[in-house]
Design a protein around this ligand. Sequence first.
Ligand code: GLN
Length: 187
Amino acid sequence: MIVGVLALQGAVREHMNMISRIGATPLAVKTRDELKKIDALILPGGESTTIGKLMTEFNLKDEIIRRAKEGMPVWGTCAGMILLAKHIVNQENTHLDLMDIWVRRNAYGSQLDSFIAEKRVEGVSEKPIPMVFIRAPYVEKVGSGVKILSEIDGKVVAAREGNLLATAFHPELTDDLSFHRYFIEKM
Ligand code: GLN
């Protein structure tokens, strides 16, 4: 199985390492040709406005939307979650407009810019998973087809809608492979 990581900006290499560790083949995706080769796609963390702009400039946006609507599994981590969302509550632009979630960017404000939590996620891991939040968004509201996977302090931080997965945190910056396994084996 070839798992692409959108490689325009952000935490690309870390995701690629995790994909290799679970025995799938990672591919850094920068072109439409590379998009054709993949079976699943990860949108990494980084800066969502930058990745969103580059996605359009590199002529990838329409093709990602098309593949996702065809059923290709797509997982957005942090900035990637913002890119996936249909609704961004504190920003005008939406990007891929795919997942029925209402996302607040930089939701934890400046005091709590970055923090680590630990929580077991039903269906994903038997043990608590370390969750690294870096200037993270959270989900304020979900549409009726969206399954909430995890909440921290009453805010949704992981959710799934069919072939779309979103996490506000960064599993690729930890040693825990549970979410990568979940994405590759259960979606
Ligand atoms: N704050 C970034 C944004 O709004 C996301 C940060 C991240 O991906 N770690 O795009």
